[in-house]
Design a protein around this ligand. Structure first.
Ligand SMILES: *[C@@H]1O[C@H](CO)[C@@H](O)[C@H](O)[C@H]1NC(C)=O
Ligand SMILES: *[C@@H]1O[C@H](CO)[C@@H](O)[C@H](O)[C@H]1NC(C)=O
Ligand SMILES: *[C@@H]1O[C@H](CO)[C@@H](O)[C@H](O)[C@H]1NC(C)=O
Ligand SMILES: *[C@@H]1O[C@H](CO)[C@@H](O)[C@H](O)[C@H]1NC(C)=O
Ligand SMILES: *[C@@H]1O[C@H](CO)[C@@H](O)[C@H](O)[C@H]1NC(C)=O
Length: 636
């Protein structure tokens, strides 16, 4: 019994180990996959056999105990001996009442296969699971410092690709021979123009990227998230006016206009001043080939100021004006004017990428460092402009060339954005009508306006920097750009994989009740063996030797073939296992206590002719043949 129990647990554990070794491994070969699953089932089967064998040993022991304790009908005795093959014992009052433990143990044997063979293989399934991993990978990032060292005379070739700059330059000397030569900014490069236009025209709330960006960045067919950071330009915006009452604040800040130009007072839905202090193009008259000037002026190519974005827009609140309210003679709904200002800043970008299937999302955080050009242009009361101050902050192409070129790159980017923002959108008021918008701005080609009325979106102040960031991040769609570099970052990868999935909890949920029940069954069996002082079995030999009783010969006359159907009368005869009391008369005759002789004959018989079997007493067996015992008795 102990061995079966240990073997059964080892087999269950073997099944656990097999499943565990298969967990999250994928097996492309169908045949092999079926085979390993069958190995697991085989272990479950053998485990069932071992558990069952142990319990069956207990059942036998308990069966004989029951037969000694109570007289059963032959019918029930049959059922008790066939407990593990014939479930009719569960619906027989006699067995249920007189041998409940045997019935309970038999139930365990019947239920073990359910838990082991049927349910336990369910702990191993095959399907898609989400594999989570991580790696250090090279992902694309931006490095604007690369522009600092770009010289159009020396092409930068990396991996056979000639890297493209963000800007084109003019120079004082194409061959770079003359003393004191320098290059100065001309205009945004065609590549920058193309990328910014495509970003704007795509109308998507997202930057552009190469087709296989996910595979490239995620290190294979994964979904992944990672964060890059780089230093680049960004616009830092602040709202200066919300409603007509903030005009004084606007004047103090040096705004080029007041809210009066905007609806409802004015007729504009949108106005932008984005060219104040713009870098002049051409810088001088009579420029020669490559922008070579005849006479080089002192401030040729200087970046003196970076234009500030002044943007005013008016939003339809969709709330109807009451009769007699201001502007109700021309407008039906209330318009709220807003004015904000954005300054070009060098910014630390932190961009979280989330690649998922064919899509990706970006989460951009801005950490503003310093203005790209730290000068301001003040406005005189007569609206004329002063020179940018302070002059020490001007950026010269001759002194700090890397700073100049980086500033030029930032400026070129800003210039591309400002090209979309400049202009105005006029509104024709609904009274007397007709109501429509007239656009004189490229902003209407971008996602900064609503797709229904071509008027600016409500959260323009937030959308402008994001739109600018999208243009910048869209360089990832053009890996030939010089600013696109790579960075080694920590990438969180996930992917769906078809593989075995093993749930250890499920397996042990099947086995634990089995182990507990079998353990209890075995303890009952062991306890019974100890009480009985001997073990019992149910083979033919045991039946043969325990039915040597002339009463039984008598009863069973006429049914010697053992064929079905069996005589009903015989089936209902009640029999019990005990010590045959046939010697009683003789012993009483010689005046002896029959028990003390200890050589009684154990057999099945009718209840009235039997005495109980007592542990420790000797009964007629092979060592004490009954004949000898009888002879000894007679002699005595
Ligand atoms: C950016 O590029 C410059 C010049 O190519 C290089 O010196 C610098 O290390 C790069 N920066 C980063 C963060 O890769
Ligand atoms: C650069 O030179 C070209 C002609 O060679 C000229 O058209 C252009 O305006 C110049 N750019 C600047 C900023 O002066
Ligand atoms: C990435 O995007 C997917 C799909 O939109 C989303 O389910 C997932 O939560 C995102 N992951 C992170 C880390 O934001
Ligand atoms: C217009 O914009 C709204 C809100 O952004 C969006 O839900 C809608 O799908 C857009 N319609 C079209 C035709 O693009
Ligand atoms: C990536 O995520 C998407 C959306 O959740 C999913 O449909 C796709 O199967 C995932 N790709 C991989 C390789 O796991």
């Amino acid at each position: 019994m102990i061995a079966t129990f240990i073997i059964a647990i080892l087999l269950a554990f073997g099944q656990h180990r097999l499943y565990k070794s298969l967990h999250h491994t994928s097996e492309p070969d169908e045949g092999k996959r079926i085979r390993v699953v069958l190995y697991g089932r085989a272990l479950a089967y053998f485990s069932k056999v071992a558990f069952g064998t142990g319990v069956i040993l207990s059942i036998r022991q308990r069966t004989w105990r029951a037969l000694r304790d109570h007289a059963f009908s032959v019918w029930s005795i049959d059922q008790l001996f066939l407990a593990t093959e014939d479930p009719s014992l569960f619906v027989n009052w006699e067995t249920l009442g007189k041998a409940p433990i045997v019935v309970a143990l038999a139930l365990i044997v019947w239920l073990i296969p359910l838990a082991t063979i049927i349910f336990s293989p369910g702990a191993l399934t095959f399907g898609d699971f989400l594999e989570v991993s991580s790696d250090h990978l090279n992902v694309p990032t931006l490095n604007f410092t690369a522009e600092s060292y770009k010289d159009f005379r020396k092409p930068v070739v990396i991996d056979g690709i000639k890297k493209r700059s963000l800007l084109s330059v003019n120079t004082t000397d194409v061959t770079a021979d003359t003393e004191g030569w320098f290059d100065y900014y001309d205009k945004p490069s065609v590549d920058l123009q193309r990328v910014s236009l495509m970003t704007a025209y795509s109308l998507r709330d997202q930057s552009l990227n190469v087709e296989d960006a996910r595979q490239r960045s995620c290190g294979g067919d994964f979904n992944c998230t990672f964060t890059i950071s780089f230093v680049g330009p960004s616009y830092k915006c602040e709202e200066l006016a919300r409603g007509e009452q903030d005009d004084q604040k606007l004047a103090d800040a040096g705004a080029p206009w007041t809210t009066a130009v905007l609806a409802p007072v004015g007729r504009l839905a949108y106005i932008a001043d984005v060219y104040t202090g713009e870098y002049a193009r051409p810088q001088l008259e009579n420029l020669g080939e490559g922008g070579k000037p005849e006479n080089i002026t002192d401030d040729l190519g200087f970046f003196k100021a970076e234009p500030v974005l002044w943007i005013g827009f008016s939003i339809d609140s969709k709330e109807n004006l009451t009769k007699g309210a201001p502007h109700s003679d021309t407008w039906i709904t209330r318009y709220d004017p807003h004015v904000f200002r954005c300054v070009h800043y060098e910014t630390n970008y932190t961009v979280g990428f989330n690649y998922s299937g064919p899509y990706f999302e970006t989460d951009i955080k801005y950490d503003y460092l310093s203005p790209v050009i730290n000068t301001t242009i003040s406005r005189n009361p007569d609206t004329t402009l002063n020179n940018p101050e302070p002059a020490t902050s001007y950026i010269s192409p001759r002194t700090d060339v890397p700073l100049y070129k980086k500033t030029a790159a930032y400026h070129a980017l800003g210039q591309q954005l400002r090209q979309f923002l400049s202009g105005r959108i006029e509104l024709q008021p609904p009274i007397p009508g007709p109501f429509f918008a007239r656009a004189y701005s490229d902003i209407t080609m971008t996602r900064l306006v609503t797709n229904t009325s071509s008027t600016p979106k409500k959260d323009l102040i937030k959308l402008v920097p994001d739109f600018y960031a999208d243009i910048i991040l869209s360089f990832f769609s053009a890996p030939q750009m010089l600013v696109v570099s790579s960075e080694r970052v920590f990438v969180n990868q996930t992917r769906y994989r078809s593989a075995f999935k093993y749930d250890a909890l499920k397996l042990w949920a099947c086995y634990t009740p089995v182990i507990v029940c079998v353990f209890v069954a075995l303890v009952i069996g062991a306890w019974t063996i100890w009480e009985d002082g001997t073990t019992f079995s149910v083979g033919f030999s045991r039946i043969m030797v325990t039915t040597r009783n002339s009463t039984l010969d008598h009863i069973s006359r006429g049914a010697c073939l053992g064929n079905d159907p069996f005589p009903m009368e015989l089936m209902q005869t009640r029999l019990k296992f005990g010590v045959l009391a046939e010697h009683t008369e003789e012993l009483e005759y010689v005046g002896m206590d029959p028990g003390s002789m200890g050589l009684g004959h154990c057999t099945f018989g009718v209840e009235s002719e039997l005495d109980p079997i007592v542990k420790g007493r000797r009964y007629a067996g092979l060592r004490y043949p009954r004949i000898e015992a009888a002879a000894k008795l007679k002699t005595d």
